[in-house]
Every structure is written in structure tokens, then in C-alpha cells.
Design a binder for this molecule. Structure first.
Ligand SMILES: Cc1ncc(COP(=O)(O)O)c(C=O)c1O
Length: 955
């Protein structure tokens, strides 16, 4: 390779861990001579891709930064008064720098290992407390994907509460006409497949009877009006139904909260709490409910429990509601949500505190009322009397106003030919009002706005002014100076193990490098501040990324069309299944509702199928982990007339490339079904094979796995779907382009993070992408080879190799040493590692996926840790170590425990905390001992405890 060729491939060498020298050593350990040999032994020839991917050649990091800067400048950043659920906001620098741009926060995974996740669990508990306080409802979850899907979750939760699966007594859901159009659209998409009848109307006049299970109203509503829903709520309750209010957290600092108005659930977006617009996301939605719903709520809930030392410790609560356990009976299919953005919003509240938030809200309300007065003075009529930040102006000629606004680089909301919406936000300044009013006035008549400091807010209805307090907990009243804030964020970060500590080998989750160059552009103004409903001609930079990325993803999947709308893998599943459903419907095959799902499938698969109105039929697996083709044939034949399709994961969740996959897809097609492929394992396919080549019709891609978007401690994610041509017309649409069937609030989901995947593809190029897949397979096989012998490895391919991940069987140790998988997972923490995926897809096992980004030294440290743990187990097996008091049972060991004056264990402190030399060089201390999993659910507390609780604990 010449010097210049080397430079062109610079990024691949940075992204992929092992260099040439170590690669050769790894081949020797595995027993192959070359990468080609390993791949030939692993990936069946019948499905191999025979061409080079047609994506642009690799750019260096420097070239990419120049390129993406140029593309960013195609976006025009106007001053936005569009509102409609998205508001410009100030991302506080201390949060931007220490969370948004900090791998210590954005590279973490969902907090499955609570002992090494206390920092973000604490922050998410703050988020829940903030939401609960502001909405006046006792329980809140740790974020949902966006406001529209949160509203849909509330609708389905009510529906399931009052109806039985086979017997729908109350099919109707009332939707007030004044809710955001994108929310209406998503509600409709979600309602139809499960048999919900949407009734749209005016909440003041629609008659609600016992055929309704619930209703949604918005507070303040789509046009900005603040309505008093107390009577309406009573009416719905009187008819036995429930009410969800879509609302705005900032407005609730001034308004009577939904809980006090009687609402059962409140939903909305926390975006305006310091989370950039990003052309639609990612942002955290919130969901708060009455206590009665705590066991049926969707999404993750963080709760307080205790650890093995009796100390306070946090964990994810009530997990038995979720799809991992409940599968098709789960309360929702939510897996990845918006943890990072929820943390940013929570920190915004921590930094501003209750008084600071109220001041922001008051400033906005005051400016809005000033604008309203000025516009009314100019002879315009407003559609509402009472409002917070949004007014709707009745106009006769919107085009004239639009022309003037655009000349001044101002975006208003052009609702229709008679109405223009104006929403103000915390970035609006007094000086901005002149230009804004000018849009409604001739420019020769300048107006000066002098707003007195003591001006009264006179557009909030008196009977809806908030009197209850909120955010009184010390956490919201302490860190108001930057030193404190910076330290608080750091203190939490230290409690969490992220990729900047050590590898996170979570099988099925693909925790690869999220390169700094991929991440950097996200903070640039031209990506950051774009409103999702800005006119298309202002968003050409985004359009370029969207078009290019869609093209690359189609090429990579060997499909024809792509939708970038779904905000997570599970949302992608849902969107993909809807394309199948709608395809069958369009063919007149209304009865095709049976979805075959292999027993090894991820829990989101059956949960999504139910949401798409399908009936789940489980297909068995053989002892070698392959789908049982005989069982599949029998079931496909049995349900031939009703067959909608199959959901498969490839390579399977057992980590093998089944040679039978083509036979499987053929069988389904013969019976008129469609093949859905779960793309969680695409990291084992890119450049080597493709869903289109194995016979699938539709797949989702987890951009937050395969394509380098970080997991953010439980989100954001992006789950675009790619389809074959015959399904193109069934892809999700959006109200902004006049179509429907949306699955997300914004047309391109969390558009700003698409940049990361775009950057990943552009900097790797066709060869780098393929090499990344090869190295993912190499790294997994290297670890497998090192561990084989000491541990049983389950489910290998016919040549004894694994795909990009492999399953280690820990069940034998239960018998031999009374050691459980959990003990090994917790002991790995003492060795400085996050446990691999636990008990999925096989209980009592761990699934290891190293990814291509880890170098040999890190893989070796992880293998050394597992081999050393194996020796510790052997000591127990041989009776040299006590079955109850050993380093595994007591793991993880906190600094407090190890340095305590008293040490009663039969092994040394050094064995406890520094079991191998490398640990002394980079010790990660868990902040709590093993968390008690049941205590927290038995004593459910999901908001910050009152201060007295701490005082009692100290006493
Ligand atoms: C096989 C598989 N399918 C689907 C999902 C769901 O993806 P998401 O968490 O993005 O919703 C996961 C998540 O881990 C997975 O492993």
C-alpha cells in the first residue's frame, strides 16, 4: 500500500481493533490461515455476496469533517416560531460538554447491570421525579421515543385495561381535534391493527358513552389555547373511561398540572428542556400515570432498592412487564428508548431548579402576550383567549405574511389559508419581537417593545394557574453554579462503566466504537437547530444525508427502498410488520394475520407482532440452535391461508449462520407469507451477505448497533426499515407530506443521529465496511477459541466456528459449585468488565459479542478475566473455596467493603478487588454491592425520596 493509499484507509485502521501483526496471531489461535478461510468456514457459500458494495470510497477523518461541514451549510437556520411540539432551546454548555459530547455518558448501554450503572440510574430517577412533579402524577417512566408514540402507548394501555384480547367491549377512543396533527396520525396508525376505533371531534360537544375506553386532549392545545378539561375528565370517568393529556413540561411550571385536573396519564416531549431540535430528534418523551397503572405502564421504570450491604441502590423496576419476559403479552415493545436525552432534560431541570424553570416559562409567556397584544392592536384576531407560548392568528392572506417572514429568515407555522401559528421559546429575545411583528405590519412603522419587569401575565386563565409546588427535592435546588453542576455530572459518570473504561461485549447489542469524528458534527448549529417541519428548501443538507444514507442502506441490505422514520429497532419491527400487513390487505388477504416467530427470537418480535394486529405462532429450535424446519413446514402448512409471514434474525440469536435459511424463506413464500428479518445481527452481514440475498422481504437495521450510533445508556436509537420493491408503497408516510401511516412524530425519526451512520459508512467505504464484518467474526472466534475447553460453547456452525457472537454455557456450574450466571456476571465487574448479555436467548448463559472495534489486548484481558473466574469456580468445585463465601457469591466488591476495618472472608482483599495484574492498572469500582432485585419491586419507589428518608438513613 502506498503512503497515499494508507492515508485513504486511515479510518478503517482506527475503527477496527486488531492490526496485521495481531491478526496473524489470532488466526493461529483459531486454527485458520487467513481471513478468507475463516469467512469461508463460517458464512455459507449459498448466501455470500458476490460483489463489492457500491458505496463511495472511504474518506479520511479530515476529509469527512470538511465534507460534512459543506453539507451542513446547505441547511438554512432560520428563527423558528413553528412550535407544534418542537421548540428551540438553549443546550446549556455544561451539559453539552459533559453529557452530550462525553463518551462517559453516551457510550453506556441500558442499565441491565445496575451495580455499574448507578450514575445514569440516578439521573433517570431525577427525570422521573421531574416529570412526576410537573405533571402532578405519582409515577413516571424513564422516557419513551417521542410524544406521538407516547400518546399511542397511553391509548393502548387504556384499551387493554378495559378490553379483553378476544372480546372488545369498548372499541372507541376519542381524539380531540386540537391535538398535534402528527400525534393524531400516529394514533390512527396504531389504532387500526388492534381494532381501536378513533373518534375525532370537539371535546366540548362530543358525547362520550360506555363504548369509549378513553380520550386524549392536549394542554395547551395545538393552537396554543389553554382549556379547562375538568368537566370533560369527569364525563369520561363517569362513562368508565380514562383520559390522557398531551402536555408541555415548561407550561406546567405555570399551569395546574394534569394530575390535579383528574387526568389518568400525561404524555409529551421533554425536548425543550435543553435538547437540540436536530430536525426531529432524538428527544425524550415522557409518560406519567396514576398509581393504578404502574404494572401496565410501557417502557423502563427506574426504582429504588437496596444492595447486599443494605445501602440504597437503584435498578430498573417491574421488569416482568417488559417484552424480555412477557413477550407477546408485554405492556409494550419498548426496548431502546431515549435515556441520554432524558438525562439531558433532567440535568436542565437540576441546573435551572424550580425557580429558574419558572422564570424561563414566565419570560416566554410575557413575550408571547406582548406579541399577541401587538398583533391584536394591528387588527388581527387570535383564535384563543388564553395561551402560554403559542398564539394562532386569523389571517386573510397568509402568503403576504409568509413572504415577509421568509425575507427576515423567520419561520411561522402556516396551518392553512386562514390560520398562522406563532410559538415562542426560551431563545426568543425582546429584540426579536420587532421583526416578528413586522411580518404582520408594514416595515415603515418600527415598534419598540418595552416590557416592564413587573408586567403581569394576563393570558393565563385564573382558574388554571398553578398553586402546587414542584421540584422541591435537594437535587433540583443545589447545583445552580457551574462548578457544582460539572462535579455532579462527573460524580454520576464515575459510577458508570462505559466504553471509555473497557469493552462491553453485549451479545445482540453490538457495542462498537462510536468514533469522535462521527459524533462531532452533531453539535454544529446547522444540524442542531433545524426544526423538523421547516420548509424543505431550508433543509437541503438533511435531505442530502437522508437520500444518500437511504441509498447506502438499500445497497447494504440488497433491498429497493428505505424509511428512516422508526426511532428504535422495535419500532422498525413494528413499521416493517405494518408494511407486510398493509401489503396483504391491499391484495385482499385480510385474513393473513399469523406471524411465525422462532422460539429464540428477541422479546420485541412477538410484542411488535401483537401491536401490528397479528397472531404469534412459535416455531421450535433444534438442539443445534437451528430453526426446526420440519416444525416450520408443519406450521406454515397448518396456517397456510392465514400466514402473514415469519420473523427471523440472521445470523440467528444463537450466533450461527443457518445454511437452511433459504429453505426457510422459500417455505414461507410458497405459503403466501412475507419474510421479516430482524437486523440486530447485521454486523455479521454487511459486505458478506444481505437480507435481500437470503430471501427476506423487509428488515430493520439498528443504526445504534451496526452503524455506530451510541446507545446513550438506553437510547437514542434508529431502526430504519428497508424493503423489496413490492412493499415500497406500504412504507410509513407523514402528515407533512400529505400522507399518513406514520410510526413516529417526525418524518425522519431522530434525524440528527443519522449523521453518525452516514459518517461511519463514508469513512469506512466498501472495503472498510466489509472488513469491519470480517473482524467482528474474527474477534468473536478468537475469544471462542481461547475460552473453549474451559467453558462449553453452545451452538457452533458446521465447521466449528461462530458468527460475530457466541454463547457460553454457565448452567453446569450451578450443579458443580452452586454458581449461577449472575454470580459470574457480577464477578466480571471486579475484573473491570461489563457482563455480556445474560440469559438471552438461553437462560443460564452469557452471550459474548466483542465487535470489530476491540483490539487483541482488550480481548485477551476479557478472556483472562473469564479464565481466572473459571479457576475460582474450580476452587469451589474442589472444595478449596467455600460454596457460600467466595469471591463470586460476594461480587461485586465495593471500595467500601474492601477497605473496611473488618474483613471476614476466606479469601483475601486483593483477590476480591485486584484479581489480576491488569486490574491494578485500571480499576473500576462499583459504587454499590449486588443489588437486591426483588426488594425494589416489593417496595416500589420510582421518584427521588423526600429528604427525610436520607436523614433517617444517616441517623
Ligand atoms: C435481536 C434483537 N431484536 C430487536 C431488538 C430491539 O431493538 P431496540 O432496542 O432498538 O428496540 C434487540 C435489542 O437488543 C435485539 O437484540
Amino acid at each position: 500500500m502506498t503512503l497515499f493509499e494508507q492515508q485513504a484507509n486511515e479510518f478503517a485502521a482506527r475503527h477496527i481493533g486488531p492490526n496485521e501483526h495481531f491478526t496473524r496471531q489470532m488466526f493461529r489461535t483459531i486454527g485458520v490461515k487467513s481471513m478468507d478461510e475463516l469467512i469461508e468456514k463460517t458464512v455459507p457459500a449459498s448466501i455470500r455476496m458476490q460483489k463489492t458494495l457500491n458505496v463511495p470510497a472511504a474518506l479520511t477523518e479530515n476529509e469527512y469533517l470538511k465534507h460534512i461541514k459543506e453539507v451542513s451549510l446547505k441547511n438554512k437556520v432560520y428563527t423558528n416560531y413553528i412550535g407544534q411540539g418542537y421548540y428551540d432551546t438553549i443546550t446549556l454548555s455544561v451539559i453539552l460538554r459533559n453529557i452530550f459530547e462525553n463518551p462517559g455518558w453516551y457510550t453506556q448501554y441500558t442499565p441491565y447491570q445496575a451495580e455499574i450503572s448507578q450514575g445514569r440510574l440516578e439521573s433517570l430517577l431525577n427525570f422521573q421525579t421531574m416529570v412526576s412533579d410537573l405533571t402532578g402524577l405519582p409515577i413516571a417512566n424513564a422516557s419513551l421515543l417521542d410524544e406521538a408514540t407516547a400518546a399511542a402507548e397511553a391509548m393502548t394501555m387504556f384499551f387493554n385495561t378495559l378490553n379483553k384480547q378476544d372480546h372488545i367491549e369498548r372499541p372507541k377512543f376519542f381524539v380531540d381535534k386540537e391535538i398535534f396533527p402528527q400525534t393524531k396520525d400516529v394514533l390512527l396508525t396504531r389504532a387500526v391493527p388492534v381494532g381501536i376505533e378513533i373518534v375525532e371531534g370537539d371535546y366540548k360537544t362530543t358525547v362520550i358513552n360506555d363504548s369509549f375506553f378513553g380520550a386524549i386532549v392536549q394542554y395547551p392545545n395545538d393552537k396554543g389555547s389553554i382549556e379547562d378539561y375538568r368537566d370533560f375528565v369527569s364525563t369520561v370517568h363517569g362513562a368508565g373511561g380514562f383520559v390522557v393529556m398531551a402536555t408541555d413540561l415548561l407550561a406546567l411550571t405555570l399551569l395546574t398540572p394534569p394530575g390535579e385536573l383528574g387526568a389518568d396519564v400525561a404524555v409529551g416531549s421533554a425536548q425543550r428542556f435543553g435538547v437540540p431540535l436536530g430536525y426531529g430528534g432524538p428527544h425524550a418523551a415522557f409518560f406519567a400515570a396514576k398509581d393504578d397503572f404502574k404494572r401496565s405502564m410501557p417502557g423502563r421504570i427506574i426504582g429504588i432498592s437496596i444492595d447486599a450491604q443494605g445501602n440504597r441502590a437503584l435498578r430498573m423496576a417491574l421488569q416482568t412487564r417488559e417484552q424480555h419476559i412477557k413477550r407477546e403479552k408485554a405492556t409494550s415493545n419498548i426496548c431502546t428508548a431515549q435515556a441520554l436525552l432524558a438525562n439531558m432534560a433532567a440535568m436542565y431541570a437540576v441546573y435551572h431548579g424550580p425557580a429558574g424553570l419558572k422564570n424561563i416559562a414566565k419570560r416566554i409567556a410575557l413575550l408571547t402576550q406582548t406579541v399577541a397584544d401587538a398583533i391584536e392592536e394591528r387588527g388581527f384576531e387570535l383564535s384563543a383567549e388564553n395561551f402560554f407560548d403559542t398564539i394562532t392568528v386569523k389571517v386573510s392572506n397568509p402568503d403576504v405574511i409568509r413572504q415577509k417572514a421568509e425575507k427576515q429568515h423567520i419561520n411561522l407555522r402556516y396551518i392553512n389559508n386562514e390560520l398562522i401559528g406563532i410559538s415562542l421559546d426560551e431563545t426568543t429575545e425582546v429584540a426579536d419581537l420587532f421583526d416578528l411583528i413586522n411580518c404582520f405590519e408594514n416595515d415603515t412603522d418600527p415598534v419598540a417593545f418595552d416590557i416592564p419587569q413587573d408586567a403581569e401575565l394576563n393570558r393565563l386563565p385564573e382558574n388554571l394557574v398553578r398553586t402546587s409546588s414542584y421540584l422541591s427535592h435537594p437535587v433540583f435546588n443545589t447545583c445552580h453554579c457551574e462548578s457544582q453542576m460539572m462535579r455532579y455530572i462527573k460524580q454520576l459518570e464515575y459510577k458508570d462503566l462505559s466504553l471509555n473504561t473497557s469493552m462491553i461485549s453485549l451479545g445482540s447489542c453490538t457495542m462498537k466504537l462510536n468514533a469522535a469524528t462521527e459524533m462531532m458534527p452533531l453539535s454544529w448549529n446547522h444540524w442542531f437547530r433545524m426544526h423538523p417541519f421547516a420548509p424543505a428548501d431550508q433543509a437541503e443538507g438533511y435531505k442530502f444525508i437522508i437520500d444518500e444514507l437511504s441509498k447506502y442502506l438499500c445497497e447494504i441490505t440488497a433491498f429497493d427502498a428505505c424509511s428512516l422514520q422508526p426511532n428504535s429497532g422495535a419500532q422498525g419491527e413494528y413499521a416493517g410488520l405494518l408494511t407486510i400487513r398493509n401489503y396483504h390487505e391491499a391484495n385482499g388477504d385480510h385474513h393473513r394475520k399469523v406471524m411465525l416467530i422462532p422460539i429464540s427470537a428477541h422479546g420485541t418480535n412477538p410484542a411488535s407482532a401483537v401491536m401490528a394486529g397479528m397472531k404469534v405462532v412459535v416455531v421450535k429450535a433444534l438442539d443445534n440452535g437451528y430453526i426446526d424446519v420440519e416444525d416450520l413446514k408443519a406450521k406454515a402448512a397448518q396456517y397456510s391461508n392465514e400466514l402473514a409471514g415469519i420473523m427471523i434474525t440472521y445470523p440467528s440469536t444463537y450466533g450461527v449462520y443457518e445454511e437452511t435459511v433459504k429453505e426457510i424463506t422459500d417455505i414461507i413464500h410458497q405459503h403466501g407469507g412475507q419474510v421479516y428479518m430482524d437486523g440486530a445481527n447485521m454486523n455479521a452481514q454487511v459486505g458478506l451477505t444481505a437480507p435481500g440475498l437470503i430471501g427476506a422481504d423487509v428488515c430493520h437495521l439498528n443504526l445504534h448497533k451496526t452503524f455506530a450510533i451510541p446507545h446513550g445508556g438506553g437510547g437514542p436509537g434508529m431502526g430504519p426499515i428497508c424493503v423489496k420493491a413490492h412493499l415500497t408503497r406500504r412504507l410509513p408516510g407523514h402528515v407533512t407530506d400529505g400522507s399518513s401511516n406514520a410510526v413516529s412524530a417526525a418524518p425522519y425519526g431522530s434525524a440528527s443521529i443519522l449523521l453518525i451512520s452516514y459518517g461511519y459508512i463514508r469513512m469506512l467505504g466498501p472495503d472498510g465496511l466489509k472488513a469491519a464484518t470480517e473482524y467482528a467474526i474474527l474477534n468473536a472466534n478468537y475469544m471462542r477459541a481461547r475460552l473453549q475447553g474451559a467453558y462449553d460453547i453452545l451452538y457452533l456452525g458446521t465447521n466449528g466456528t461462530c458468527a460475530h457472537e457466541f454463547i457460553v454455557d454457565l448452567r453446569p456450574f450451578k450443579k458443580s459449585a452452586e454458581v449461577e450466571a449472575e454470580d459470574i456476571a457480577k464477578r466480571l465487574i471486579d475484573y473491570g468488565f461489563h457482563a455480556p448479555t445474560m440469559s438471552f436467548p438461553v437462560p443460564g448463559t452469557i452471550m459474548i459479542e466483542p465487535t470489530e472495534s476491540e483490539d487483541k489486548a482488550e480481548l485477551d484481558r476479557f478472556c483472562d478475566a473469564l479464565l481466572s473466574i473459571r479457576e475460582e469456580i474450580k476452587e469451589i468445585e474442589e472444595g478449596k473455596s467455600d460454596k457460600k463465601d467466595n469471591p463470586l457469591k460476594n461480587a461485586p466488591h465495593t471500595q467500601h467493603v474492601v477497605t473496611a476495618d473488618e474483613w471476614k472472608h476466606s479469601y483475601s482483599r486483593q483477590t476480591a478487588a485486584f484479581p489480576l495484574y491488569y486490574v491494578t492498572q485500571n480499576k473500576f469500582w462499583p459504587s454499590v454491592a449486588r443489588v437486591n432485585n426483588t426488594h425494589g419491586d416489593r417496595n416500589l419507589i420510582c421518584t427521588c425520596e423526600p429528604v427525610e428518608a436520607y436523614m433517617e438513613a444517616e441517623a
